[in-house]
Design a protein. Structure first.
Length: 269
């Protein structure tokens, strides 16, 4: 059965009302009032039913607004919790770096970007960081600051071909230098000892020799471990490959050496 549209029902009601008014003026309305009620009653119900979906839509809109607000608040809370957890983890890692180098005055910073043989850290001159300062992790040497802005700084890794570091063998005291290894040995360091007759073996530990004023390098910081010794073909030096002590491809939180810590001894060579 086809139902009347609300507009048609409204037209019917208007006509019915006009008829009732006319009859009432002529004194014949009492007979037809019951008929009018019978007609208008279902019509009112039909109009109310037609209007009900509109009210429902308004309620649905309010519910959707509440859902969106709850989603926004949940997202904001999740972001705040993430930031708090990240800050706590960074502080813990920074504490581990400081604990590994108690004699050094450090400014901890997080690595924000990496490119080639350099990384960018989120600490700069406003934090006391300046070019020429050494950088360490909890495991050992990570490089030196070559450029510093107010809020960020660039660190040159020891694997850079141009980045020479003065070193000393921990077991024998022999001195030399390390640079980034040649092609085919990426990620390793090339060790060159100044004494061609120096004893050199796999497993020996390499440390920083130290710089005057501790810039850029403090003495005694782990640099790496010998993993391969070259045949003694150079009459002026012994050479070998060294694996860095610090995980240079996975740097996270580092410490910039801004000063000697309590009880530090200037052993720079």
């Amino acid at each position: 059965m086809r139902l009347f549209r609300p507009s048609r029902l409204l037209a019917v009601l208007v006509v019915a009302c006009a008829v009732l008014i006319t009859l009432d003026m002529r004194g014949h309305a009492s007979v037809l009032r019951g008929l009018g009620a019978a007609v208008t009653g279902p019509a009112e119900h039909a109009l109310a039913a037609a209007a009900r979906p509109v009210t429902g839509l308004a309620g649905a809109g309010d519910a959707q607004s509440r859902v969106r607000e709850l989603e926004r608040r949940n997202a904001q809370l999740a972001a705040e919790l993430w930031a708090e957890r990240a800050a706590r983890e960074r502080e813990e890692r920074g504490g581990a770096v400081r604990a590994a180098h108690p004699r050094l005055g450090l400014v901890t910073a997080a690595v924000a970007a990496a490119r080639g043989h350099t990384v960018t850290i989120d600490a700069g001159t406003r934090d006391g960081v300046a070019a020429g300062m050494g950088v360490v992790t909890g495991d050992g040497l990570a490089g030196r600051v070559v450029q510093a802005g107010p809020a960020v700084a660039t660190v040159l890794l020891p694997t850079a071909p141009a980045g020479g570091v003065g070193v000393r063998m921990a077991e024998t005291g022999e001195i030399g230098t390390v640079t980034g290894a040649e092609s085919g040995h990426e990620g390793l360091l090339r060790l060159r000892l100044l004494d061609a007759d120096a004893r050199l073996a796999v497993g020996q530990r390499v440390e920083t020799l130290g710089s005057a004023g501790w810039r850029p390098y403090a003495p005694g910081v782990p640099v790496g471990t010998v993993v391969a010794v070259d045949p003694p073909r150079d009459p002026l030096a012994r050479t070998a490959l060294v694996r860095p002590a610090a995980a240079l491809t996975r740097l996270d939180v580092v410490g910039v050496i801004t000063a000697a810590g309590k009880g530090a001894r200037d052993d720079a060579g």
